[in-house]
Design a protein around this ligand. Structure first.
Ligand code: GLN
Length: 536
């Protein structure tokens, strides 16, 4: 079932196997027909994660990277769209040598070829393959078919793990195993017998339930792993190890652990469980309201990056969602809404697309700049900080981005030339400036002091950029260009040195933050937030 934590389960299994001395990688299979996640609305699908090689993919790839502390690439991401696209291309190229190309076996074969390809490229001992969706639904049937064939061909090299949910209905107050029994049966009917069942529930599994699942689902009792709700996802590997999951998996492959190295991870978990204080951070965004619920998935990497940086100071973050449209109201409520920003150690304006909420974000940024509230702008957040500065410090009242106002007179943020072509031809998917690009840091900048090096590489996902024609006037008024892409002379980081922390990045630093290696800019930001909180 989606949303029960399959992604973090796979990530945690990966971390465990890595800690036992094995080389691990992970593959995400998304059953949708989209070629990648690039054209999806974050409110529907959650965050679009970006790899170094520029793939716009599912947020689970981000989880894998964070838990494995490894960069993944486009090959680690498979969708129905990608699979069909390459099968059709091969047919056009006569690669099936005149055969009739059929859904079975050719589609599962292409899935298996892609999985093998990852092994060839990475030489990993283990490839963890996560099949998205729910067993029994039509969409992922062909992927289950691929899994079945893979096991048939390599019986000793494939182990199946079912992640299942055990509800505790409020009116009965009892944990129910039936849905898991049905899930296992449904898998059986696809020709797959799970070897291990990870039982997600609100509470840990008792002995009775473990026995029941064992008997009805045909797995050993020791292979029923309890996965109760926990406060932090980073506790999961440690929790799984309480049920000996790592060694159970190794045993099925006839392997033995080479070492046991979850030490640093356990230390991190201790900090998470016993923080020394709190840092309060506000995020001004727009992708978090779905009906009556708040959906934080759209900004997951930003949230995780804040956590990593906070844990490095042994504090836990309190993140508050601030709706950008709250700053687009009548002047009386605007003043009081803006005043609320003072309550925070700092404010982040994350990435985004389209004009909704933009003027509200600009108002919030202006308030942070004037009131010396630490501010971090990510991609769109950086572009809006430049617009705000141009309008209110440089006197360019009509400054805007051509994304929101096509014919604006002062296009301080403008479409990159190659993007004009893409949009003109309606080429939206996979055509932004994507993935890793180098950035040279100004030695006088806060960013340089944060990174402690002069050349860095960061991940991008945007079509617009700071218009170089306006650099001089911004610099004259006190904004510095702290990071530049050396090949194309594009502005990557802006700062206001007279402010305690005012940094905007054209790239997305959040994609590269790891639990044990927080991102330097997030670290400096959280530090500034803590400093402000102390002096408040
Ligand atoms: N919409 C902006 C652009 O395309 C910013 C994108 C983002 O925040 N990722 O340039």
């Amino acid at each position: 079932m989606s949303g029960i934590g399959k992604g973090v389960t796979v990530s945690s299994v990966g971390r465990i196997l890595k800690s036992k001395g094995f080389k691990v990688t992970a593959v995400k299979i998304d059953p949708y027909v989209n070629v990648d996640a690039g054209t999806m609305n974050p409110l529907e699908h959650g965050e679009i994660f970006v790899t170094d090689d520029g793939t716009e993919c599912d947020q689970d790839i981000g989880n894998y990277e964070r838990f494995l502390d490894q960069d993944l690439e486009t090959a680690n991401y498979i969708t129905t769209g990608r699979v069909y696209q390459s099968v059709i291309q091969k047919e056009r190229n006569l690669e099936y040598k005149g055969k009739c190309v059929e859904v079975v076996p050719h589609i599962p074969e292409e899935v298996i070829r892609r999985i093998n390809n990852v092994q060839r490229k990475t030489k990993a001992d283990f490839i963890l393959v996560e099949i998205g969706g729910t067993v029994g639904e039509y969409q992922n049937l062909l992927f289950l078919e691929a899994a079945r064939i893979l096991k048939l061909k390599h019986p000793k090299d494939v182990v199946f793990i079912l992640v299942s949910y055990l509800p505790i209905p409020k009116m009965i107050g009892e944990m129910k195993t039936k849905p898991t029994q049905y899930a296992a049966r449904t898998l059986n009917s696809a020709g797959i017998q799970p070897d291990i069942i990870i039982a997600r529930s609100e509470l840990p599994l008792d002995n009775l339930r473990k026995e029941k699942i064992s008997i009805f689902c045909n797995v050993l009792k020791e292979d029923v792993i309890s996965a109760p709700d926990i406060k932090s996802i980073y506790e999961i590997p440690v929790n799984f190890e309480k049920d000996n999951l790592g060694n159970r998996i190794l045993k099925k492959f006839g392997l033995k652990s080479k070492k046991n190295d979850l030490k640093d991870w356990k230390k991190l978990v201790k900090v998470i469980q016993n923080p020394k204080g709190e840092v309060k951070i506000g995020i001004v965004g727009k992708y978090f309201k779905t009906g009556d619920f708040t959906l934080m998935d759209s900004y997951i990497s930003v949230i995780e990056a804040i956590k990593h940086a906070s844990y490095s100071f042994r504090v836990s973050p309190q993140i508050v969602w601030l709706d950008a449209q709250d700053y687009e109201v009548s002047s009386r409520s605007l003043a009081s809404n803006l005043k609320e920003l003072n309550k925070f150690g700092g404010i982040i304006v994350p990435g985004g697309f389209g004009s909704r909420g933009v003027e509200g974000k600009i108002k919030a940024i202006q308030y942070c700049r004037k009131n010396k509230i630490p501010f971090l702008g990510l991609c769109l957040g950086m572009q809006l900080a430049v617009i705000e500065f141009a309008r209110n410090v440089c006197g360019l009242k009509k400054a805007n981005s051509t994304e929101f106002y096509k014919n604006c007179q002062v296009p301080i943020i403008d479409l990159m030339p190659e993007q004009k072509k893409n949009l003109g031809q309606k080429k939206y998917g996979g055509t932004m400036r994507l993935g890793a690009y180098p950035c040279k840091l100004n030695p006088q900048s806060l960013s340089f002091r944060a990174y402690k090096t002069s050349l860095v590489s960061e991940r991008h996902r945007h079509r617009y950029e700071l218009n170089n024609e306006f650099r001089d006037i911004l610099e004259k008024k006190g904004m510095i260009m702290a990071g530049i892409n050396p090949q194309r002379d594009l502005v990557e980081i802006i700062e206001i040195p007279s402010h305690p922390f005012f940094v905007g990045t054209q790239f997305h630093p959040e994609f590269k933050s790891r639990p044990l290696k927080p991102h330097p800019l997030f670290k400096k930001f959280v530090r500034a937030c803590l400093k402000k909180q102390l002096s408040d």
